[in-house]
Ligand binder design. Structure first.
Ligand code: SF4
Length: 332
């Protein structure tokens, strides 16, 4: 059964909901599991021509966020950060230039959902003007309108990162519909969208994984993948176990096989060799604020550097792209 589903995926035929669920059922360290990991890597290699990417994110601010996503350290109710903080613009520019020098293939600017949009535009303009023209910029911010998407495009963003999270509307205060509308607004304005099945925890059912995988397929992103939830100490979700990297490798492999070849990228977070071996061809470095961290400079704790991510990809036998992201390749 699993073999047939894998063959169907490798022939680039669309998998049904039932078939995707069968992939998610495969146990770790089983014969079928090995086959799944092998097939995902083959497919990932083929669609990206054996080349992986490292993207690097700058968290621009910290603020208690009223959207209260249970998995996020910025959520007001989680009381991890009770005061607001903003990275000074000069520091943000220095960091973005450092990422350029480190050869990150794309630079993401991230804020909390309640960060004022016009302020984000002004900050982004300054950062954009300090970087090389070919440097790819990606926005990772709250939900926005079509007019705001047009502004992002005008500033020089190539795309956005945006996801309908697992238990969206239940573990978050954002309706699923709003997340999808933002994605459409971005695409209608000419922005490319990267997404992911996240944040995966042991509390999620197979049906939930299938539902979110299909959503990522339907939004026609430039990449999808799977990322695990990092338990934030003292929060309501911390009672659930973290998903092991071994299990996450199977999950991201199942997502890779559920998606067609037109979707070139397969991401995982946080970066790890097992996931990269299983087909993850996109990893993220991080500095500044981070919704999975409990200190304000994630580079001192959870955040990996561009070099760390390159090393992980090389350990997993990937070549790493030298130059601007091909996943977010658009004419500006
Ligand atoms: S994930 Fe985003 S929207 Fe949710 S609480 Fe954190 S910053 Fe706010």
């Amino acid at each position: 059964m699993i073999e047939k589903i894998i063959q169907k995926s490798l022939q680039d035929k669309e998998l049904s909901e039932k078939e995707i669920k069968e992939l998610f059922k495969v146990p770790v360290f089983s014969k079928e599991g090995s086959l799944l990991l092998w097939a995902a890597r083959i497919k990932s290699n083929q669609v990206s021509k054996g080349v992986a990417e490292v993207h690097a994110q700058i968290g621009l601010n910290i603020a208690p966020c009223p959207k209260n996503c249970r998995f996020c350290s910025f959520a007001a109710q989680n009381k991890v950060f009770t005061e607001s903080f903003e990275l000074p613009i000069d520091d943000a520019i220095l960091q973005a230039r450092q990422f350029e020098a480190d050869k990150a293939n794309a630079i993401y600017l991230m804020t909390t959902a309640n960060y004022p949009f016009e302020q984000f535009i002004e900050t982004s303009k300054e950062i954009r003007h300090s970087l090389k023209r070919e440097t790819v910029l990606v926005a990772n911010i709250g939900d926005f309108t079509f007019a705001q998407a047009q502004e992002l495009k005008q500033v020089g963003f190539s795309g956005i990162y945006h996801a309908v999270r697992l238990k969206e509307g239940k573990d978050t205060r954002i309706p699923l519909k709003t997340r999808l509308e933002t994605t459409s607004n971005a695409q209608d304005a000419g922005l490319l969208v990267g997404t992911c099945v996240e944040p995966v925890g042991t509390e999620h059912s197979l049906d939930e994984l299938v539902e979110k995988t299909i959503i990522t397929r339907e939004v026609k992103p430039v990449y999808s993948g799977a990322a695990r939830r990092i338990p934030i100490p003292g929060t309501i979700l911390a009672k659930y176990d973290i998903v092991s990297e071994a299990k996450m490798a199977l999950i991201l492999a199942a997502v890779r096989l559920a998606l067609g070849s037109s979707i070139k990228g397969n991401c995982t977070h946080e970066p790890n060799v097992v996931g990269a071996c299983a087909g993850a061809n996109l990893l993220w470095a991080e500095v500044g604020s981070n919704p999975r961290d409990i200190i304000k400079d994630t580079e001192k704790k959870r955040g990996m550097s561009v070099q760390d991510c390159i090393s992980i990809l090389k350990e997993a036998e990937w070549s790493v792209l030298d130059g601007p992201s091909q996943l977010y390749a658009v004419s500006l």
